[in-house]
Design a protein around this ligand. Sequence first.
Ligand SMILES: [Fe+2]
Length: 190
Amino acid sequence: MSTIQDASRLYSKFDPRTGTIDAAPRLERRLADLRGCFHDAQAYERALEQDNPLVYSVASVEPADGSGDLHCGLGVLQPGLIGNEYFLTKGHLHTWRDAAEIYICLSGEGAMLLEDEASPGSRLVPMQANSIVYVPGHTAHRTINTGNEPLVYLGVYPATAGHDYQAISRRNFQSVVVSRDGHPCLLPRT
Ligand SMILES: [Fe+2]
């Protein structure tokens, strides 16, 4: 028979408006934390002189760390632009490269930028309410908010996946998603 303590590992309530999951830790990334992510460095510095807004948050539930366990993160990515580039997450590969992930989009309008580590090229997959994005292993992934309201999603991934931000910070993504006449457009970083 389960105890109350056991139940707390089996059940969580989340609030998509605040980006919180019960008492789970919640990481915040502000504009100053995203240096080097945006293609227009001058626009980035100008924006940072004005303000240091919250860009996104991730609350993580990590019930157990075994090889067969799962972790889950509630992400809330705010709307906004730096120059003509939409607000984005840092993006990462998984430290355990084989690890895949699913993203379940709850609300908002955006996209997932996917880049296979072993082959050139980018794929942009839409994210909107009631959609699921599958991120294969060995694939760098970055979330982008192309809408006017927060983009809210749940990511579910193996407990042993790990997050490798270093590989992305060294070379960044090959493509950028910019606003052209109010519509998202995928362009080479150059
Ligand atoms: Fe991931």
